[in-house]
Design a protein around this ligand. Structure first.
Ligand code: FES
Ligand code: FES
Length: 175
């Protein structure tokens, strides 16, 4: 059979195959061991918000461009909208809900309040999660170094001066 004959006998369009699968995902979220049975395509952001009702982590762009969805995975900041929940299998996740100790805010949360580091607050969880991670990262001493390290977190309200002041206050570099 020639290739031409093959072509004429082939159906015009192949039926898309939709996999009917679930992933069994074990996560440690804010110190609690949890298990989710979810579609393997579910992002960590949607797993947190839709399946675990941890809605402090915000969905801004859902495309890795705003930083609103920042959480910690294994102690490092990640964009949860670009991370599959299944890819975080077995990992320790910290969200904004896990930062405070009982009724005592994390120093970065308190600094954001003290320094007016927010207006509408939509970006704030992501800003604070990035800022807390920054404390463990190599970052120069100056405000410009902080701006560079925080550049993945967009604030539409323009609260940047207060955000930088808050980070510098916690780092002991009050301006
Ligand atoms: S929602 Fe993840 S970067 Fe914007
Ligand atoms: S405080 Fe409104 S977007 Fe940052």
């Amino acid at each position: 059979m020639s290739p031409t004959e093959l072509d004429t006998q082939a159906p015009p369009f192949a039926e898309p195959h939709v996999a009917d699968q679930t992933a069994d995902v074990a996560l440690i979220v804010n110190g609690r061991a949890l298990r989710l049975v979810i579609d393997p395509r579910v992002t960590l952001l949607d797993a947190l918000r839709e399946h675990l009702q941890l809605t402090g982590t915000k969905k801004g762009c859902d495309h890795g461009q705003c930083g609103a969805c920042t959480v910690h995975v294994g102690g490092r900041r990640v964009l949860s909208c670009l991370t599959l929940a299944a890819a975080a299998q077995g990992q320790s996740i910290t969200t904004i809900e896990g930062l405070a100790e009982s009724d005592r805010l994390h120093p970065m949360q308190q600094a954001f309040i003290d320094c007016d580091g927010f207006q509408c607050g939509y970006c704030t969880a992501g800003q604070i999660m990035s800022a807390v991670a920054l404390l463990q990262e190599p970052c120069g001493p100056d405000d410009d170094d902080v701006r560079e390290s925080m550049s993945g977190n967009i604030c539409r309200c323009g609260a940047y001066p207060g955000i930088v002041a808050a980070v510098q206050a916690v780092r002991g570099r009050r301006r």
